[in-house]
Design a protein. Structure first.
Length: 382
């Protein structure tokens, strides 16, 4: 089939194959068509079928009554033979019964001409049939194009589904090994072997589909993670982010379209690994800070409890000292030779001082209550 582009640069006449066992009728048909079309003649149904494959006509004019294979059988065989390359058939017959017309359409004919024919009618019907062939071929091309587009859409949808599934689930990972495993499994759904590395302040995690990477495999990441965001060398491709890299070992380089889609989807997956790894790092920092705060709180609780005990001991010791002072003073009155008034004055002075000290202890009891409140709050934190 000639394309429209070929016709524009080198116009060619459309081809018509006349099939009739009567050479006079065949010559008349040829004479009517020769000015507008390229014409070839076959004198039997068998010759028609043999000629069609090499001549590739745009239209076949087919007599019904022929020795050997008649027109109906020839047309039916022609339709089967031309399942891919459609060839319209116009039957030419001296009979015009309803039965013959129905049979002609039944076996695949597109039109019917009665002998003797009018040249103008023949030309018109031939042109219409050829235009029908062009329209049918265009529709077939459009259908094929739509089918390819639909298949491409479904393929892209399926491939995108892998990415969406990974992005939906990757943030549920609470550790790096499970995140790496999920990314490797996502790439395996494309039939690809992938290695993934995550770099954190506390260590580097490099995994292959079979588990932890070897030293050699890890060294490949060390050499390539500082390259471009996407770097491809033959069938290998690496995608780099600050904390995550994904290496594909078996890119389908023979299929440029598939290779491009996989490159895009792999980039999305790697970006998801980067985001999830960053989230895990943030969670780890939060947990680490919380643990540090707990340790500080526990140390503070211990220090305050120690101070509280020291304070209580100091209160007890001070009370004991004051009590002993009072007793010792009373014993010294006998040896000091004081008058009763002097003893009373000294006793009153000592009692007043002790009273002031006891008042300070009463205030200290409130201080002890504040200690208790602080300790209770710190224990809740720790």
């Amino acid at each position: 089939m000639n394309s429209q582009f070929d016709l524009d640069i080198a116009p060619e006449k459309k081809k018509i194959l006349i099939t009739d066992d009567d050479p006079i009728v065949a010559s008349m048909l040829e004479a009517a068509l020769a000015d507008d079309f390229e014409v070839a003649i076959a004198d039997s149904g068998e010759a028609c079928l043999a000629t069609v494959a090499s001549y590739k006509p745009d239209l076949v004019l087919l007599d019904i009554e022929m020795p050997g294979m008649d027109g109906y059988t020839t047309c039916q065989a022609l339709q089967e033979q031309s399942a891919v390359h459609f060839v319209p058939v116009i039957f030419v017959s001296s009979h015009d019964s309803l039965e013959e017309r129905l049979r002609a359409y039944e076996v695949g004919g597109v039109d019917f001409i009665i002998k003797p024919f009018e040249p103008e009618e023949l030309l018109q019907k031939a042109q219409i049939a050829i235009e029908l062939k062009a329209e049918r071929e265009q529709l077939a091309q459009e259908k094929d194009s739509m089918q390819k587009m639909a298949m491409s859409f479904l393929t892209n949808l399926g491939e995108s589904g892998v990415v969406l599934k990974f992005l939906r689930n990757c943030f549920t990972c609470n550790d790096y090994p499970s995140l790496v495993k999920m990314a490797i499994e996502a790439m395996a759904e494309y039939g690809l072997e992938a290695l993934v590395q995550i770099r954190t302040p506390n260590g580097t995690y490099t995994y292959t589909p079979s588990g932890q990477a070897s030293e050699l495999e890890t060294s490949v990441f060390a050499k390539t993670h500082s390259l471009d965001r996407i770097f491809q060398f033959k069938s290998r491709m690496i995608i780099n982010y600050p904390h995550a890299s994904l290496l594909v070992n078996n890119m389908p380089i023979d299929d440029a379209d598939l290779c491009g889609r996989i490159r895009d989807n792999a980039a999305y997956i790697t970006e998801g690994v980067e985001a999830s790894a960053t989230a895990i790092m943030l969670r780890e920092d939060v947990v680490r800070h919380v643990e540090q705060q707990k340790r500080v709180a526990q140390q503070t609780v211990a220090a305050i409890e120690n101070l509280r005990e020291q304070y209580r001991k100091q209160q007890s010791d001070t009370r004991y000292i004051l009590h002993s002072l009072t007793e010792n003073m009373e014993k010294l009155y006998v040896y000091l030779g004081l008058t009763e008034g002097q003893e009373k004055a000294v006793a009153d002075t000592v009692s007043a001082s002790i009273e002031q000290a006891l008042k300070l202890f009463e205030q200290g009891l409130d201080f002890d209550g504040q200690f208790a409140a602080v300790l209770e709050g710190l224990k809740k934190v720790s």
